[in-house]
Design a protein around this ligand. Structure first.
Ligand SMILES: [Zn+2]
Length: 139
């Protein structure tokens, strides 16, 4: 399999590793959007969160918490944006799940998660809720 993040995890490609445990490798993003921009890479190859086995989720998200705390101590940001680009349409460019941790500062001129899209639905919330609830038994 020709996966760039698997190569990083296998240490075939160098990276700036800031944390590692049995579930993840945490690396500084090669093209940081902000000081401390970090990627959490699950060690198991999964294209997205749907492909990540349930028994890996706990370890991955515990690592997200640990690394955010590490960044908080090291860099003293005012907050974080933590997120996943899931699918090409959202901006995912490498098909190996990764969680972005972006330290945030009051004067960083960035936006919230809300700023990634602004296309409010025409349907009302009750209509959307009942549409979604029809599929609850299928997950
Ligand atoms: Zn991979």
């Amino acid at each position: 399999m020709d996966c760039f993040f698997c190569k990083i995890i296998n240490k075939d490609v160098p990276s700036k590793i800031i944390y590692e445990d049995k579930s993840v490798l945490a690396i500084l993003d090669t093209y940081p959007r902000v000081l401390g921009h970090t990627l959490i890479l699950p060690k198991i190859h999964a294209e997205n969160i749907f492909d990540l086995p349930d028994d890996e989720i706990e370890g991955v998200f515990k690592a997200v918490k640990k690394v955010a705390k590490l960044l908080e101590k090291a860099l003293a940001p005012d907050g974080f944006t933590i997120g996943i680009n899931h699918g090409k349409v959202s901006g995912q460019t490498i098909e190996h799940l990764h969680i972005h941790i972006m330290p945030r500062w009051l004067d960083d001129k960035g936006g919230s998660i809300h700023s990634v899209v602004n296309n409010p639905p025409k349907e009302d919330l009750d209509e959307i809720k009942s549409l979604i609830e029809k599929f609850k038994s299928k997950i």
